[in-house]
Every structure is written in structure tokens, then in C-alpha cells.
Design a protein around this ligand. Structure first.
Ligand code: PEP
Ligand code: MN
Length: 264
């Protein structure tokens, strides 16, 4: 179902009446790794909106490598994201980590994220395949492109065709970056599938210094969207501070992206 042999024209996934991913316009989703407080998510939402982002991101259920790390505000976090949406008009994407909470997360959010650690959680993939909300499917950290497409297939074969693929870096021998952002996945996937492709330079590099250059490269390579971590005070973030941009740096990145769009 994901294959270009089945459907030649690129898919456009509708998020709201006014927003779609996979069309002509680059869609930028931005916000903190985790929702931490009302003040933090609202300040983040206002900042990313002012910079020109079309969607808010924020984790309420956090799949952490260590069980002792912050696990997220859960439903309270979803309520805060909804409040930030009401205030700014930005639809939001948030992660769902198990089949039991899919309906709850779907009842609040505009798009559900399947994280890298769950990219082959087939019970979860099937469950999100049965709902009527767009799914942002992240590539697992040790997944081949073929396996990635098969995970999309798990969702689509249950009925939900609104799938967006997200490259977020894969694990290699390199330690200078958190992951190795596989930008070649963009042309390779464009050759194999009609689904839209979003790049996550934040998890892809793990370092805020590298986010802007990798964003520009992703756009040049044909990405349909970007998902970027932005935090009002990265030093105090409960997760992923080192890879989070301050609002001012994010604004500068967005301004440059606009220049690229005008030039194109
Ligand atoms: C996230 O988006 O904060 C996240 C946990 O991403 P990934 O699943 O790509 O690690
Ligand atoms: Mn994160």
C-alpha cells in the first residue's frame, strides 16, 4: 500500500482544514521534547508560532532509555498541549507508546507519533492503523528502509492511509553525533513510496549546533517537513536539552528556510 507501484502520485496527508503534509509547502513542527508545565508548553507554542512553525510538538508519554528518567506528564500533558493549541491555533503531534493509550492520545491530538523505539511494535502499529488520525512513523534506530516501509504497511493494512515517514537518525559506529542522520533516506524513500517524508535533525544529531545545517540539507534533498525540538530554557529541560534550540535560534533557522523557499 505504501509502494509507488500501487500509487504513483505523492500522498498529501491532511492534518486540519488548513494544513497538509506532502504538498508544495514545507511543514515545520516544533516544540519541546517533553511537556513539563503549562508555562513551558505555552511559552514554547507561542515562540514556535511566532517563528512560523505550522505545528506544535511535545511529548506527554515519554519512552525513556532509563526507567529512572522523567516519564512525562501523561494525560495532564495532553491537556496542556490542547490548551496551547487553543491559545495559538497550532495543531499538535505527540507520541503514543502503547496500544492501551491510543484512544486517549487520539482524543486530544491532531497527529500521533510512533517513536523509534516502537517502530516495530506491531500491536501498536496495528492499533494506530484502526484510528482516523494521521500517524508520524519514526524510523527505528536499527531499521533498514525496507523494514521501515513494512512498519508503514502494518498501519496502512489496518485501514489508516494517513502515514508520514520520519527519518530521525540511525545507529552507526560514529559517536560524534547521537545518531547518524540518514539524509539519503529522502531520495531513496521518494523512489519507493508515495508517503510524505519528514526529517528530525534534533534526534538525528543530538546537538543543537547541527540542527540548522541538517535542516537546510533535508529541504534541499526534498523533505516534506521538519520536526525540531525547541525549548525556552534548554539547560533546564527534563529531556533532550542538548539538542533543543532556544526560540531565538529557531527563529533564525526559520527565517533562512523562508529565503530558501523563495529562491526555489
Ligand atoms: C521524541 O520525539 O522526543 C523521541 C523520543 O523521538 P525518537 O523516538 O525518534 O527517539
Ligand atoms: Mn526528544
Amino acid at each position: 500500500l505504501a509502494s509507488k507501484e500501487v500509487k504513483k502520485e505523492p500522498s498529501v496527508v491532511r492534518i486540519s482544514d488548513t494544513l497538509a503534509i506532502g504538498g508544495k509547502e514545507l511543514v515545520v513542527m516544533a516544540g519541546p521534547c517533553s511537556v513539563e508545565s503549562e508555562e513551558q508548553i505555552i511559552e514554547s507554542a507561542k515562540a514556535v508560532k511566532a517563528a512560523g512553525a505550522q505545528m506544535l510538538r511535545g511529548g506527554a508519554f515519554k519512552p525513556r532509555t532509563s526507567p529512572y528518567s522523567f516519564q512525562g506528564l501523561e494525560e495532564e500533558g495532553l491537556k496542556l498541549l490542547a490548551k496551547a493549541r487553543d491559545l495559538t491555533g497550532l495543531p499538535f503531534v505527540t507520541e503514543v507508546i502503547d496500544p492501551e493509550t491510543v484512544d486517549l492520545v487520539a482524543s486530544y491530538s491532531d497527529m500521533l507519533q510512533i517513536g523509534a523505539r516502537n517502530a516495530q511494535n506491531f500491536a501498536l502499529l496495528k492499533k494506530v492503523g484502526q484510528i482516523n488520525k494521521p500517524i508520524l512513523l519514526k524510523r527505528g534506530m536499527s531499521m533498514t528502509i525496507q523494514e521501515f516501509l513494512m512498519s508503514a504497511e502494518y498501519i496502512m493494512s489496518e485501514g489508516n492511509q494517513s502515514v508520514i515517514l520520519c527519518e530521525r537518525g540511525i545507529r552507526t559506529f560514529e559517536t560524534a553525533t547521537r545518531n547518524t542522520l540518514d539524509l539519503s533516506a529522502i531520495p531513496v524513500l521518494k523512489n519507493k513510496t508515495h508517503l510524505p517524508i519528514v526529517i528530525d535533525p534534533s534526534h538525528g544529531t543530538g546537538n543543537y549546533h547541527y540542527i540548522a545545517p541538517m535542516s537546510y540539507a533535508a529541504v534541499a534533498a526534498g523533505a516534506d517537513g521538519l520536526i525540531i525540538e525547541v525549548h525556552p530554557d534548554p539547560e533546564k529541560a527534563s529531556s533532550d536539552g542538548p539538542q533543543s534550540l532556544k526560540p531565538k535560534k529557531f527563529q533564525a533557522l526559520m527565517d533562512r528556510l523562508k529565503l530558501f523557499a523563495e529562491a526555489a
